[in-house]
Design a binder for this molecule. Structure first.
Ligand code: ZN
Length: 196
């Protein structure tokens, strides 16, 4: 079936491009699991970030959605920037690079740099960044890594607010969901800390 204005054989439709990014990310993250409760497959996180952008922020832009699916491949797998450019084009690769921490830095330095970089992110990268933080805030609230203390969880939640503060303003529903998720997280973790 060839729809009007359909893509020629071999070219990506928006959906095709997204599925290709998903298959790529699933393969690269294939041996990784998230640290949280139940150790879900890592790719679940990438899917959650893209799905939040589509469902909450109404993002249809294929570049943003592909970048969302791929957002942790540079940082957490052996994928290179050149490989992303080759496979998905420069705009997608750039967004992924914008939201990737530099390897080899201490955790505190990486966190400091994310705060510093947030106001300079492109709109696409800012959206991916906030959706990523929503997913992480929820994970730290409801299924944290077992070795994380309550204090570390609270520190993490407060830190995300500093990052998101620098790159919010592109999408009201997404910003609102972040605020809601953070409030819920702070409430639940604080109650746990009080032993309730
Ligand atoms: Zn992520």
């Amino acid at each position: 079936m060839q729809s009007e204005g359909g893509n020629p054989p071999g070219a990506d439709s928006a959906v095709g491009a997204l599925l290709r990014a998903l298959a790529f990310a699933a393969d690269k993250h294939r041996d990784q699991r998230r640290k949280g409760a139940g150790a879900p497959p890592f790719i679940n996180h990438a899917i959650e970030v893209a799905a939040l952008l589509n469902r909450v922020a109404r993002v249809e832009d294929p570049i943003t959605l592909q970048a969302a699916v791929l957002h942790d491949t540079l940082e957490d797998t052996d994928v290179t920037f050149a490989e992303l450019v080759h496979e998905f084009g420069s705009p997608v690769a750039q967004v992924v690079r914008e939201v990737s921490d530099e390897n080899g830095l201490s955790r505190s330095e990486r966190k400091r740099r994310q705060i510093e970089a947030a106001p300079h992110l492109s709109e696409r990268a800012g959206l991916v960044r906030i959706a990523d933080k929503i997913a992480n805030v929820r994970a730290i609230t409801f299924g944290p890594p077992i070795d994380w203390s309550l204090e570390r969880r609270l520190d993490y939640l407060h830190w995300t607010k500093q990052v998101v503060g620098g790159c919010r303003g592109y999408n009201d529903p997404l910003d609102a969901l972040y605020d809601e998720s953070l409030q819920e997280g702070l409430r639940i973790v604080t109650l746990e800390a009080a032993g309730k």
